[in-house]
Design a protein. Structure first.
Length: 267
């Protein structure tokens, strides 16, 4: 099996994006209510980056790849791939909803009536995040192999949104065990499925999928990212702060990634 182009940077970027859940685990031990405002801006920033990249880079690139072999049908193929990505994200959410409770984050010392329920909540959250991170790992890896600049941008956006996921895993585990190292371990492990998803995606792509379908997969990646932005990132950004903070994050994310792509393109 031949390795795809940009294999090493793609794996490094995917691993980095996945392990930022450990950063969230560390933040969980020192987060205060006022600090959630910064988290609100960060989530809006991540959503802005994902939305901008999906519509201005990923979907056009998918169209360019497919137009070579399907000049008359490539627009519908991109459209179908985009819808497929949204459906995949919806199905994952339906069977394993991923929810971060802002009230728990704002008051980590809040009393709980049932000790085992907290532990179960932490473990189920970790499992849910593992499942959610699997397609994100494939998305980061796939985009990086096709376009290094685009892949780094996607990886950074996913890394930012993985931080609150790490918080959601670490807090319940820490409350139950009282040991930071266990909470950090679970938070880190919840993100390890991203590089695993990248490797499995590479194998499936190399063995079963013709090169021409990369365009459809890229369109599906855009669908997943758009769904993630509007269904998870923006609502959480609003819950942790307010719409003004969310908008600051969104606009900042768009301007940051836009200017970055211009600068990288001119080098």
């Amino acid at each position: 099996m031949n390795l795809p182009q940009n294999f090493i940077p793609a794996m490094v970027m995917t691993l980095f994006a996945g392990l930022t859940t450990a950063i969230g685990g560390a933040i969980a031990f020192m987060v205060k209510k006022d600090n959630l405002k910064a988290l609100s801006v960060g989530l809006g920033f991540s959503a802005g980056v994902m939305i901008f990249l999906s519509f201005t880079d990923i979907l056009p690139e998918a169209g360019e790849m497919l137009s070579v072999n399907y000049p008359n049908a490539y627009k519908w193929m991109v459209f179908s791939g985009f819808i497929a990505g949204i459906v995949i994200a919806i199905l994952i959410d339906y069977f394993l909803p991923d929810h971060v409770d802002p009230d728990e984050l704002a008051d980590p010392e809040a009393p709980c009536n049932h000790h085992h329920k907290i532990k179960r909540a932490g473990l189920l959250t970790a499992i849910a995040i593992c499942v959610h991170n699997f397609p994100e790992g494939m998305a980061t890896f796939l985009t990086t192999t096709q376009n290094l600049t685009l892949g780094i941008s996607v990886g950074l956006a996913i890394a930012i949104h993985n931080i609150p996921e790490g918080i959601a895993v670490a807090l319940p585990i820490y409350h139950v065990t009282g040991k930071k190292r266990y909470a950090m371990l679970y938070a880190a492990l919840s993100g390890i499925t991203e590089p695993i998803g990248a490797l499995i995606g590479m194998v499936l792509f190399s063995l079963f999928l013709p090169q021409v379908l990369v365009g459809i997969l890229l369109a599906a990646v855009a669908g997943i990212m758009i769904y993630l932005s509007f269904d998870t990132l923006l609502p959480l950004s609003r819950e942790y702060g307010n719409w003004h903070l969310s908008m600051i994050g969104i606009v900042t994310g768009i301007l940051f990634i836009w200017s970055g792509l211009i600068l990288l393109g001119s080098m």
